[in-house]
Design a protein around this ligand. Structure first.
Ligand code: BG6
Length: 512
């Protein structure tokens, strides 16, 4: 895989004999995620010429509609979300011609019979092998029904050597440890683990992948990457948006389930893991799960010491007045759901002993900003006598995930002039400038990886379960103790006061 650029990805897809063909069945074929993310990702790959030669999309869903009606939905999605009007019209036409639809209830046998027949007849017409990706872009409640039916109809099995079957599963992957285990067990009845690609779109972001390149392709940073030189680490995933039209889903989820259990913990594993010996899916995932297992579990009665929750009230974001969470559509006016979480975690191993990892995520923050900030230890002694050691800023390395994908290292420099005055300055690397290339959307990257059979950036069964195991005591504590002070931060701020205290109590503060 994986830090490969589009042209290299193309070479891989084309040189991989099995990768020359792919039928992608999207369950939830006209849903929001399909229209906003999955179809545009596929189309962008088509524009770049990196889809397999024989590629078909088969939308699948409850509504009964004709192929023409579905193609219209797809065209509109591509116009709205992939700016298809600017694309080569031949590419667009070719893409749409290879879109099909099968409608019906997910529990009905007829749906799967029709689907199988359609795929097989497409493959016959194109004289290509019958490689398939089943993409589950449906509510999680129907995942087991679909996988069961695929197995019943002999559509999940891997037989022979000339084709493959893979399945992509969207989050949320369960809503607690037990449901995640049950779901894993259901999926395992139909698919082998190596056929299963659990998506966490954060891992598909270029800058998140670049954490591995930065750490393991450069000789100078890794020796510093430990408790001897690092004081603490901050990981922020802030959004200025509220819950938009997802109030119904969000009420059941909350920020801990929606962001921390998956995206933020996954980013943390990339920052904290040991160097894998090779760059293959299992070697990398073994290291990630190993470090996740080393995260010190926080017990229910310690939750308040290490975790902070918040919910936004009305406020001003980007100069606009916005309403509070409890006033959003499909949200209980007395909701106890958290829209903000801050946490302090430790990784109990030799590398990280004593180094706090501060994590925070929230909706309706002042701006969209996801970053990893590595705070290095201060100099042990300050020889410039006019400044005390603690007045000189520590070196901070910031890996900005979004929106401005970049890496910045701050260090002290002498201000020009007769006196020895110091000031923090930056060394800055910006993705866009350095590579002069548009950064691909995470979904595009991940779907291509799945077509190539590269699971490095996907979640393995054990990872999902460890992540749930870590957050369970907090979920339980919060469930039993409803927040008394919600809403506790105005929209357009960096969260409740307790989040600041989490760091100031340790003599540190959040990067602004
Ligand atoms: C999703 C969450 O997984 O990630 C959303 O369900 C969140 O609530 C989104 O807004 C953030 O992803 P991105 O790529 O927009 O930062």
């Amino acid at each position: 895989m994986s830090n490969m650029r589009a042209d290299e990805a193309l070479r891989q897809v084309k040189t991989d004999a099995k990768g020359g063909t792919c039928s992608m069945v999207i369950f939830g074929g006209s849903g929001d995620l399909t229209r906003r993310k999955i179809l545009p990702a596929l189309f962008n790959s088509a524009k770049e010429g990196i889809l397999p030669e024989h590629f078909t999309v088969i939308g699948c869903g409850k509504p009964l509609m004709s192929v023409e009606e579905y193609r219209k939905i797809v065209s509109e999605a591509l116009l709205n979300f992939a700016k298809a009007e600017k694309a080569d019209q031949n590419v667009l036409r070719h893409f749409i011609e290879n879109v099909f639809y099968v409608g019906g209830g997910f529990e009905e046998d007829a749906l799967y019979t029709q689907l199988d027949e359609l795929i097989q007849s497409n493959c016959k017409a194109r004289t290509c092998s019958d490689n398939r990706i089943y993409y589950l872009s449906t509510p999680p409640s129907v995942f087991p029904i679909i996988t069961h039916q695929l197995a019943q109809h002999g559509m999940s099995r891997v037989e022979g050597t000339n084709y493959w079957r893979r399945i992509i599963i969207e989050k949320p992957f369960g809503r607690d440890l037990q449901s995640a285990r049950e779901l894993n067990a259901e999926i395992a009845k139909a698919f082998e683990e190596w056929q299963v690609y659990r998506i966490d779109h954060y891992l598909g972001k270029e800058t998140v992948q670049n954490v591995m390149a930065f750490r393991f392709a450069n000789g100078i940073f890794e020796p510093l990457w430990n408790r001897n030189y690092i004081d603490h680490i901050q990981i922020t995933a802030a959004e200025s948006l509220g819950v938009e039209d997802r109030g119904g889903y969000y009420e059941e989820a909350g920020a801990l389930r929606d962001m921390i259990q998956n995206h933020v913990l996954q980013v943390m594993t990339l920052v904290a893991m040991e160097p894998p010996s090779t760059f293959d899916a299992n070697a990398v995932r073994d290291e990630r799960v190993k470090v996740m297992r080393a995260i010190r579990p926080i017990k229910e009665d310690e939750a308040d010491k290490y975790f902070v929750r918040g919910q936004y009230a009305a406020g001003v974001v980007h100069n606009e007045m916005v309403s509070g969470y409890r006033q959003e559509a499909k949200v209980n006016p007395e909701s106890a759901t958290e829209t903000f979480v801050a946490a302090k975690l430790f990784v109990d191993n030799w590398r990280w002993a004593g180094v706090p990892f501060y994590l925070r995520t929230g909706k309706r923050m002042p701006r969209r900003d996801s970053e990893i900030a590595i705070f290095f230890k201060r100099t042990p002694h300050m020889m410039f006598t006019h400044a005390a050691t603690d007045e000189v800023a520590p070196n901070v390395l910031v890996l900005q995930i979004q929106p401005d994908e970049s890496i910045t290292m701050s260090f002290e420099a002498k201000v020009p002039g007769p006196d020895m005055n110091l000031k923090s300055v930056n060394m800055h690397f910006a993705y866009q400038e350095a590579f002069n290339a548009e950064i691909a959307e995470a979904y595009q990257r991940l779907i291509l990886d799945c077509m190539r059979g590269d699971a490095t950036l996907f979640m393995r069964k054990d990872m999902v379960e460890v992540a749930w195991w870590l957050v369970m005591p907090i979920l339980q504590r919060w469930y039993k103790n409803k927040p008394k002070n919600f809403p506790n931060y105005p929209a357009g701020t960096w969260g409740p006061l307790e989040s600041e205290l989490l760091l100031t109590n340790d003599g540190r503060k959040w990067r602004t």
